[in-house]
Design a protein around this ligand. Structure first.
Ligand code: HMG
Ligand code: MG
Length: 298
């Protein structure tokens, strides 16, 4: 039995754009978020409150938040690695944030400059401040199906970090296949294991499509009862601290598959395709969604 309803978390404006070397104007980012809202997307990760030295492209996130048209039924979220990030997010009026840890020590060091345990310790004061301010916190675990520095990752380590995030108050934990090396069988085994300590309906899948496995991994996750997936419009993206990490799975492609399976999302495919093509034009690069390429060339 696969879920009848799926929640799509659109990470294009954040995961999709964070690694772009060319400057992207605040106006173009705002337009992207507004287009996604208009397409019926109910959760949009708009930006990050991280060090501008580490991820320069996300430096204008407060301006983007100030200018987007916020629909009351939509969650507009931001990444926050520490209390400083949360404070900046609160200042910008953000109502939901995400912390991001990893199942790999080496990746944790490269991405957030601390060990896994140190990261969890940094999240603790953030969690209490978020609670006091009525802000929901989502959690990410990176490198769940492979690490660019350590190779294979023991699923038990993923389960441990995911459980720690859940136990400290993250309402949902998204498991990130940061470098896209996962395959469907391993994906199922991973969710089977992690769901022993974090309920399935509190887990999400975040698949990068570097090895072309993301759609298969999402289908495998659906078979495990997972009903929240992160995706990126036009397949934008890649993580700055994971060399060769290509985009997230394209939102249009995921939506097309879910539509075909009769699974509801509330998102309009044609509008989503238009949103993805517009930002692809802005970036001057081919649209990373297969569905969009097929539809727009038909
Ligand atoms: P650090 O250098 O260890 O931090 O970086 P620090 O606390 O020692 O502070 C150093 C400087 O950074 C200070 O400024 C701080 O004020 C500033 P200075 O005195 O040198 O001028 N600083 C900040 N500035 C703005 N916002 C903040 C902030 N915190 C400190 N929140 C830190 C540690 C975590 C800040 C840094 O490593 C960082 O910003 N990393 C961000 C990495 C990132 O954004 N990666 C991409 C997102 S994760 C991802 O893509 C994976 C995911 O998609 C899932 C998947 O695919 O697996 C989620
Ligand atoms: Mg990612």
């Amino acid at each position: 039995e696969i879920p009848r309803r799926v929640r799509l978390v659109e990470v294009g404006p954040r995961d999709g754009l964070q690694n772009e070397k060319q400057p992207i104007s605040v106006a173009d980012k705002v337009r992207l978020v507004d287009d996604l809202t208009a397409a019926g997307v109910r959760y949009i990760e708009v930006g990050s409150f991280v060090s501008p030295k580490w991820v320069p492209q996300m430096a204008g996130s407060a301006d983007v938040f100030a200018q987007i048209k916020q629909n009351p039924g939509v969650t507009y979220a931001a990444l926050t690695p520490n209390l400083k990030g949360l404070e900046a997010a609160i200042e910008a009026g953000v109502s939901e944030v995400a912390v991001f840890g990893a199942a790999s020590e080496a990746f944790s060091q490269k991405n957030i400059n601390c060990s896994i345990d140190e990261s969890l310790a940094r999240f603790a004061p953030l969690m209490s401040a978020a609670r006091e301010n009525g802000i929901q916190v989502r959690g990410y675990v990176s490198c769940v199906l492979g690490c660019p520095y350590e190779g294979d990752i023991d699923p038990a380590r993923v389960a441990h970090v995911a459980h720690e995030l859940f136990a400290m108050g993250c309402y949902e934990v998204s498991l990130g296949d940061t470098i896209g090396t996962g395959t469907p069988g391993k994906t199922r085994q991973l969710f089977d294991l992690v769901s022993r300590t974090v309920p399935r309906d509190k887990l999400a899948g975040h698949f990068h499509d570097t090895y072309g496995q993301a759609m298969a991994n999402i289908y495998a996750s659906l078979q495990e009862g997972i009903c929240t997936f992160d995706s990126s419009v036009a397949g934008l993206g890649g993580c700055p601290y994971a060399k060769g990490a290509s985009g997230n799975v394209a939102s249009e492609d995921v939506l097309y598959m879910l539509n075909g399976l009769g699974i509801e999302t509330g998102i309009d495919l044609d509008s989503l395709i238009a949103a993805g093509q517009r930002i692809s034009d802005v970036l001057g690069r081919p649209n990373g969604s297969r569905v969009s390429r097929a539809r727009l060339s038909a």
